[in-house]
Design a protein around this ligand. Structure first.
Ligand SMILES: *[C@@H]1O[C@H](CO)[C@@H](O)[C@H](O)[C@H]1NC(C)=O
Ligand SMILES: *[C@@H]1O[C@H](CO)[C@@H](O)[C@H](O)[C@H]1NC(C)=O
Ligand SMILES: *[C@@H]1O[C@H](CO)[C@@H](O)[C@H](O)[C@H]1NC(C)=O
Ligand SMILES: *[C@@H]1O[C@H](CO)[C@@H](O)[C@H](O)[C@H]1NC(C)=O
Ligand SMILES: *[C@@H]1O[C@H](CO)[C@@H](O)[C@H](O)[C@H]1NC(C)=O
Ligand SMILES: *[C@@H]1O[C@H](CO)[C@@H](O)[C@H](O)[C@H]1NC(C)=O
Ligand SMILES: *[C@@H]1O[C@H](CO)[C@@H](O)[C@H](O)[C@H]1NC(C)=O
Length: 463
């Protein structure tokens, strides 16, 4: 085979050329029929999981093949936990459990030695979200002696608390964990919004106010910077070099999504506090930029890259997260249902209309406001379609459990605690700080860092 799976876009183009663009076999989706939604979700889930080779002999468990980075596999398995929860289909449960446990690392904190060299706080948060979802949705607990779902999320929280940096920008987390990575000088919204969301979900689940205090602190910090405006516009990030006095202006669906999910959890944790209600409302107002009026106002669009056809390999998955977190918000902050439900409805219908591509006639593209397949293919396209389609089952499933209300995952507030000494991870590059003279090494690191980026901001580091 001349073209490997490594280039899914090429493969998609190839199949379009070979088989012609199918327009008549779009996935059928009747949103008034639970079985129709489940059936559509099942087809998309199978197409998404066909990218995953980690259950085949000799392949690394828990990783997606190139060009998909480590974090996206974590996001994908979170989607599969939700898939099981929404549909009751257990087909992928074992694969999902194995994948999550394979990537926990020696300290059970999602710092696996193969990844730490280029790991960012946001990357780690996406795996922690999967563990947190498993606890909240009562996904079957892992085998005895494995770390618990809740304990994994707590370990990531504990580690990220230790990285809170008051020396620059008045607070916040840096994007990168280790000094030798490009992006160590960047404080981005997804890393801080990831920490905020994780803290808020831990507060709601455990009832432990320490988590809520950190959620509050991180929210207060970011809203004091230009990264998050009082009109609920959330930009990509800011530089330590100018004390975060300016923001990179790109807006992404997953940034508004992660703050929405965190604020909704705080609203629920505080039993309906008015300040958190106002913040949830403000974030929903802010989300409207991603539902442009010229496509009817209810279809989600990744405005920073989708219309311009400039999305990288990460970005087509971002709509999965806003969809997932909007759906969860309707349960824990039920006053939002009337705002959110029409958006999940129209976006799912649009996404299903995009799922008419490839040789099978049911591969999903990404342009949900077009009713013929756009020729795009990939894990992100499938994940986003799966997320928004199955989100329409949210009113049929129970809300998230908590420690004293049905949750079976037993946590450990002191989990993790290994700290951030890179040497510990047996990472050959960790012993060696890159100096100006070390050009070859820096070049390789640059390539590796490019490989780890989330959010399409790679150009900022190198201009
Ligand atoms: C791997 O998972 C896929 C589904 O994603 C399944 O079709 C296949 O049978 C599995 N293979 C093995 C060896 O478990
Ligand atoms: C780490 O990388 C090695 C070498 O590529 C691979 O054999 C191993 O399966 C990887 N481990 C994990 C947990 O991904
Ligand atoms: C950086 O910003 C923080 C928060 O706004 C402020 O407290 C601090 O004084 C600033 N530091 C410098 C050196 O300007
Ligand atoms: C609601 O939450 C805000 C922000 O944490 C807090 O300042 C306020 O005191 C809370 N209100 C009540 C009535 O508890
Ligand atoms: C959200 O938008 C509505 C309508 O424009 C406005 O009335 C409301 O004050 C906004 N809420 C917040 C919290 O910004
Ligand atoms: C908190 O979430 C539960 C669903 O898990 C919901 O029943 C309850 O009404 C929510 N609380 C508030 C204040 O909205
Ligand atoms: C609450 O969480 C904090 C932070 O992890 C921890 O130190 C404390 O022991 C926890 N309290 C309880 C009662 O679990």
């Amino acid at each position: 085979m001349l073209f490997s799976k490594r280039n899914p876009q090429l493969l998609g183009m190839l199949s379009a050329l070979t088989f012609g663009v199918h327009t008549g076999h779009a996935i059928q989706l009747d949103l008034t029929d639970t079985n129709s939604i489940k059936s559509a979700a099942s087809t998309v889930a199978a197409n998404m999981m066909s990218y995953y080779k980690g259950n085949l002999t000799g392949m690394p468990v828990g990783l997606l093949p190139d060009p998909y980075y480590w974090w996206e596999a974590g996001a994908m398995f979170d989607q599969m936990i939700h898939y099981w929860f929404y549909t009751g289909d257990t087909t992928y449960n074992d694969v999902t459990t194995q994948a999550l446990l394979a990537q926990v690392g020696p300290e059970n904190d999602f710092m696996p030695p193969n990844q730490t060299k280029t790991e960012g706080n946001d990357d780690q948060a996406f795996w922690a979200f999967a563990a947190m979802s498993a606890a909240e949705l009562n996904f079957p607990d892992p085998p005895p002696k494995s770390p618990s779902w809740l304990g994994l999320a707590q370990a990531v929280f504990n580690l990220q608390v230790s990285r809170w940096d008051t020396q620059n920008c008045g607070g916040g987390l840096r994007w990168q964990i280790f000094t030798f990575n490009n992006g160590y000088d960047y404080k981005n919204s997804i890393s801080n919004g990831g920490f905020f969301q994780l803290a808020a979900r831990l507060a709601r689940y455990t009832g432990n106010d320490t988590y809520a205090q950190w959620a509050e602190k991180s929210y207060d910090w970011i809203t004091s910077t230009p990264l998050f405006t009082n009109k609920y516009v959330i930009y990509d990030g800011g530089r330590v070099g100018n004390n975060c006095s300016t923001a990179d202006p790109l807006q992404w669906t997953y940034n508004i999504g992660t703050f929405l999910m965190g604020a909704a959890n705080m609203y629920n944790y505080t039993n309906g506090n008015q300040t958190w209600r106002t913040r949830v409302e403000g974030l929903l107002n802010g989300s409207q930029v991603f539902f442009p009026a010229d496509h009817g106002g209810n279809i989600m669009v990744e405005i920073a890259c989708e219309p311009q056809l400039t999305c990288n390999n990460d970005q087509p998955s971002f709509k999965a997260y806003l969809s997932r977190w909007m759906a969860a918000t309707t349960q824990i902050a039920p006053f939002t249902v009337n705002f959110i439900q029409p958006k999940l409805h129209a976006s799912a219908q649009g996404a299903a209309g995009q799922c008419s591509g490839g040789a099978s006639g049911n591969i999903c593209g990404r342009t949900w406001y077009k009713n013929t397949w756009d020729g795009k293919t990939g894990v992100g396209e499938e994940m986003s379609a799966l997320s928004v389609i199955q989100a329409n089952l949210i009113s049929k499933v129970p809300g998230p459990v908590s420690a004293n209300n049905g949750g079976t995952s037993k946590g450990n507030p002191a989990a993790g605690g290994g700290g951030d000494n890179p040497v510990k991870y047996n990472d050959p590059s960790a012993n060696k700080r890159i100096t100006i003279g070390d050009k070859a090494g820096a070049g390789i690191l640059t390539a590796l860092v490019l490989g780890s980026l989330v959010g399409g901001v790679w150009w900022i580091s190198f201009v």
